[in-house]
Ligand binder design. Structure first.
Ligand SMILES: [Zn+2]
Ligand SMILES: [Zn+2]
Length: 642
């Protein structure tokens, strides 16, 4: 009789599967662990006397993951058949697993307060990689020789068998702390602990600490003592138990924040102190790598629930500097969006890349600093600079990429076509008709005829220079509006009169409304704080169904002159976009005879717009990216199918 345990797992990443395998080895249990496109499956002999203790232990060593869904178990006489995916070992860039974390806080371990603690199945590995294939000799760790104990551990510890980046305080990366006068180098456990204790204390006391983390330089500070630094920073919530005190958060958001992938997430503020610091919503992070986790631990000891950080470079001014000499390569952090039971990856590289993809043709694609390249028979997407030499029959390059090649067959592509194809390929819908909306600052309606993506209703080009001239000639009476606006809002009028030509409609809208955060985020935050019901109709078009940015701005200005509140206006902006999309999509579907709708572009990751879209076109069950960002980083994958 077989005991079978199935867990839904929506990614081709192997770290959970590998961890279960390693744990089975450690517990000396005969187990088969498989991964398919949708699940991780554990098959054991039901009579195995160690089964129960193995399953109990598994609960403790398994981290929670964004990709893990429901699980179930059953018994079977026959061994079930599954189609396993091809597993490729790629360097991870996630938080330490529960076992590694325990080590970091166990005074008897060789890794007490060692920020670079990781194993085969967790931690920051990718920052040290300099080229493929992934082996120690191709990482910056090659300069460090493992000590006797590490060398021995790599032969006996199931979680670190042949682990490429094995190290400990004895043989690993050393860290140091500097202020304006002195420098302290950490040599042993006590020093490491002391260094983080001093850093945490300094932050709690209102000082700033610039720290080199495995995700790049971060300037940490206590926002309560440094209100002038708060704008544009991320809230680092140090203590899990304090999350519900300060944030309005649903269970899915809570679980996502604490998952081993540790994504960035924008959530509504709850406590008065956070509302005062950040307004109605804030970008939040739970400690995500060794340096940040150890600092957070000491921050809690110093009595704080949270601090803040700014992503910056090594030249940022701060009271203290904590760093290490090992060069690292950083990835753009990953942001997610959650609406009820839907989790979408919005933007970023970390966690999602590197990834292995299936592609039958010998093609290299490059977009936004990412490339898809064949490495030893596997197609890997990762940062362009990590790939050594690139050989391919053809190379596809994103049209705005700053890259010179000598390839004979070089083709250019644009964002919307590659983005749309990335969703079509992820859902196995290549060759079938679909319509799509790509919304990333500007709004485009697309049609895929089974071979090619066509821009069916392109946005009217928006240029923010000479704005008043464009608005005043829009239609009869527009010049009167411009005159009235100049009288009522002379300062905004002046600013809008001097804009550069390359700003997007959201930036210009935010300036028009006088928002502090002059961006899409600023408008989103205002929209979130509106608690009433909608009803304002903002013009989105003047002729031939195309979205008209100037008509849109004109409409906002006339409401502004009519004293409509900003939060109501921002909410209505998204509602109007949703209604406009809801009007065009059914017409397109009817015209080209399909029921498949595809949504791409970061702008969709917005609560007000997303809710409105569900209302207007939810019946078509629109498709979005599954395991890639819905933002621009999906193009490198979509370009494989152009
Ligand atoms: Zn680990
Ligand atoms: Zn060692």
């Amino acid at each position: 009789m077989y005991f079978i345990f199935e867990m839904e797992f929506s990614s081709n990443k192997n770290y959970i599967t590998q961890l279960i395998r390693a744990f089975a080895l450690k517990k000396e249990i005969m187990a088969e662990v498989l991964q398919t496109n949708e699940k991780i499956i554990l098959i054991c002999n039901q009579e195995d006397e160690k089964l129960e203790s193995f399953l109990l232990g598994l609960e403790e060593i398994l981290p929670s993951s964004l990709f893990l869904g429901k699980s179930k178990h059953y018994f079977s006489e026959e061994k079930p058949l599954y189609a396993p995916i091809n597993e490729v070992e790629l360097p991870l860039n996630i938080a330490p697993c529960p076992t590694c974390q325990k080590e970091m806080f166990d005074v008897s371990s060789r890794r007490y307060y060692y920020p670079f603690t990781s194993c085969n199945n967790c931690g920051s590995q990718h920052p040290f990689l300099t080229k493929y294939p992934y082996k120690r000799a191709n990482t910056t760790m090659k300069f460090l020789v493992p000590c006797k104990e590490c060398e021995n551990e790599a032969k006996v510890n199931a979680l670190r068998l042949d682990y490429k980046l094995i190290s400990c305080i004895e043989c690993g990366i050393s860290i140091r702390m500097l202020d304006k006068e002195s420098e302290h180098l950490a040599h042993n456990k006590g020093d490491f602990r002391k260094l983080f204790e001093v850093s945490g204390g300094a932050v709690a006391a209102g000082k700033s600490v610039l720290m080199k983390t495995q995700h790049g330089y971060r300037k940490f500070f206590n926002p309560k003592n440094n209100k002038d630094l708060v704008s544009g920073t991320t809230l680092l919530i140090a203590s899990a138990t304090a999350i519900n005190t300060h944030l309005m958060i649903v269970e899915q958001e809570f679980n996502a924040l604490l998952s081993i992938e540790r994504p960035l997430l924008r959530v509504a503020t709850k406590s008065d102190e956070l509302k005062e610091l950040y307004g109605s919503s804030v970008l939040v992070k739970y400690p995500d790598e060794g340096m940040t986790m150890l600092l957070a631990k000491e921050v809690i000891s110093a009595g704080l629930d949270y601090i803040a950080y700014k992503e910056c470079d090594e030249n940022e001014d701060a009271d203290f500097l904590v760093d290490f000499d090992m060069p690292i390569q950083t990835q753009k952090d990953t942001k997610i969006f959650i609406n009820q039971d839907v989790t979408l990856f919005v933007s970023g590289e970390r966690v999602l890349y590197p990834t292995q993809v299936q592609s039958a043709i010998n093609r290299v694609s490059v977009a936004h600093g990412l490339a898809c390249v064949n490495v030893e028979g596997n197609n890997i997407i990762d940062s362009l600079e990590i790939f050594d030499a690139i050989h391919a029959d053809e190379i596809y390059i994103y049209e705005n990429e700053d890259l010179e090649t000598e390839a004979a067959h070089e083709k250019q592509f644009n964002q919307y076509e590659a983005s749309m194809l990335s969703v079509i390929a992820e859902h196995g819908k290549l060759g079938q008709k679909a319509v799509g909306v790509h919304f990333d600052g500007s709004l485009n309606f697309l049609y895929y005829n089974g071979t090619k993506v066509i821009n069916a209703v392109p946005a009217i080009d928006f240029e923010s220079d000479n704005l008043w001239e464009k608005i005043s000639t829009l239609r009869d009476g527009s010049d009167r509006l411009v005159g009235n606006y100049k009288k009522a809002y002379p300062e905004i009028w002046e600013r809008l009169d001097n804009l550069e030509g390359d700003m997007d409609i959201f930036e210009v809208t935010a300036i028009t409304l006088g928002l502090e955060d002059e961006s899409f985020e600023g408008i989103s935050a205002q929209a979130l704080s509106f608690l009433g019901k909608g009803g304002l109709q903002i013009d989105t078009k003047v002729k031939d169904n195309r979205f008209d940015n100037y008509a849109f701005l004109t409409s906002i200005m006339s409401y502004q002159l009519g004293d409509v509140e900003n939060d109501y206006m921002c909410y209505s902006i998204y509602e109007s976009f949703g209604d406009y999309i809801g009007e065009i999509i059914p017409q397109l579907l009817e015209k080209v005879k399909t029921n498949t709708v595809i949504l791409t572009g970061e702008t969709f990751a917005n609560q007000s717009l997303y809710a409105r879209i569900q209302k207007t076109i939810g019946q078509y069950k629109p498709l979005t990216n599954k395991n890639l960002p819905m933002g621009k980083e999906n193009a490198v994958y979509g370009a494989l199918y152009l």
